[in-house]
Structures are given as C-alpha cells and as structure tokens.
Design a protein around this ligand. Structure first.
Ligand code: PEP
Length: 258
C-alpha cells in the first residue's frame, strides 16, 4: 500500500530566513501526529534549505528542493546540481509547470533532471499537466502521456521506489480553480497506465501519483479519496501552516477509513 504524500511547494517564499524556519517548524506537530498515515515534505527555495534542514532535523517533515540541474559540477552559473542537493535534502521537484512555462524547460531537460536526481540518490517528484488551451481542446490525456513518456524514457524500474508523479493542470495552479476530482481522477488513472507500461505493474506499484492545483483544506479530501490519488502537491496553502496542518489531518482521516 502506498502511503499518501502531502508535499508543500513554497515557490519563491518566504522572503526571509526566519520566515522559512518558522513556517517549517509550524507544521512539525501535525506531521508528527499523523506520521503513521501521511508522509509530509516541504520544498523551500534553495537558499532556505540549510536553515530549514536544521529546523526540522529529527522531525517527521521531509525536505526537498524545487528544481535542480543535471550536470554534477562545472561552469553553469546560477545552477544547483542534484549532487549538491543530495547533502541537504531528500527530495526534488522537476518539471513544475512554472519551470516549463516561465523558463522554457523542455521534456528532454525534465528527463535529464529526473535522471540526475535519481542518480544522486534523491527522491523525485516529476510534474506534468496540460495548459488551459489544451484542456479546452480535450488534449489533457495526450499532453500528459507525452510529457510523462518523455520524462520516464531514461528511467529504470529500479528507480520506481523514489519516483512520484504529480498531475498538475496548469490552469489550476495558483488560480483557485481546482480541477474537478472526476477529471483529476481520470487523468491520474491514465498516469498510472503509462507507469504500468513503462516499468511493469509490479515496479510501478511503488510510484505515488499526486494531484496538484489549488488544493486547500476544504478540497484535499476530495482528491485523496480517489482510488488513483496518492496525495497532493500543494502551493499556496502550504504557506499557511494552520491550513497545511489541517490538510495533513484530513489526509490522515481519509487514510484511516481506507
Ligand atoms: C504548485 O505550485 O505546484 C501548486 C499546485 O500551487 P497551488 O496549490 O497554489 O495551486
């Protein structure tokens, strides 16, 4: 059975170190209370990884970065390699739609990042999802299949245990327009099919599939109740520690009823 994951992507927040430390510390009680039923991880900006790592050391909250570069070391000004991150955190997100849309990241680059991160020993959340125009044109499944196949292409079945896929429709991210659970559930089922084909059903069973896009305390249960959903990737609501803590409890309650 896959333990649900609640992952908080802080994006480019908070703006100072103490804010980051306080935010991380504030979710440790809920994570500890529900550790048997929910895995919790937070994803601060690079510069707060070290202070947040100290702040949550020994707690039930995991730590990850929001991106990485595929080369190990060298003349790549401004980049941070997966190998460097491996000393400070356990997780990394690759292929977030803000990286794809705002910074022109391609499927091939996402695949290189995922490969490098896994080689460095990190666990990886690969994000996929359709834009609003693609959703309106009924292209959700096609877009997700293509993005996912490209990202999975260099990976091996042995990587499955450290791999998570987040289905995040771009039009739902930061908009307050969360996807209809039926749409999210059907798309996550497609993701599961692609994973089964790519890695074989047995290996793919270890991979968690998350939903992300305007998830909050009021709607999180409607996703994690879905058969095809193993947790959520949360942006805005993860910056509100009380709400994020409530969400951890809500996911644990759904899990307790399974
Ligand atoms: C995200 O950043 O991955 C995300 C899902 O953001 P939000 O929850 O704010 O829509």
């Amino acid at each position: 059975m896959r333990k649900p994951l609640l992952a908080g992507n802080w994006k480019m927040n908070p703006v100072n170190r103490q804010g980051a430390v306080d935010l991380a510390r504030a979710v440790t009680p809920a994570a500890a209370e529900h550790v048997a039923r929910v895995e919790v991880a937070v994803f601060p900006p690079f510069c707060w990884l070290v202070p947040v790592a100290s702040a949550i050391d020994g707690t039930a909250v995991g730590l990850g970065a929001q991106d990485c570069y595929w080369e190990r070391t060298g003349a790549f000004t401004g980049e941070v390699s997966a190998a460097m991150l491996a000393g400070w955190c356990d997780w990394v997100i690759v292929g977030h739609s803000e990286r794809r849309g705002l910074f022109g990241e391609t499927d091939e680059q996402v695949a290189r990042k995922a490969t490098a991160a896994l080689e460095a020993g990190l666990s990886v959340i690969v994000a996929v999802g359709e834009r609003a125009d693609e959703f309106d044109s009924g292209l959700t499944e096609q877009v997700c299949r293509l993005q996912l196949s490209a990202a999975m292409q260099p990976l091996q079945a042995a990587d499955a245990g450290r791999l998570v896929i987040a289905y995040e429709p771009v039009w739902a991210i930061g908009t307050g327009r969360n996807a209809d659970p039926a749409h999210a559930g059907a798309t996550m089922a497609v993701v599961r099919q692609v994973l089964d084909v790519a890695f074989g059903r047995e290996a793919a069973a270890a991979i968690r599939v998350l939903y992300g896009g305007s998830v909050n305390a009021a709607n999180v249960a409607s996703y994690v109740e879905l058969e095809s959903c193993d947790g959520c990737l949360v942006g805005g609501a993860s910056l509100k520690p009380d709400e994020f803590s409530t969400m951890i409890g809500a996911v644990a309650s759904v899990e307790a009823r399974r």
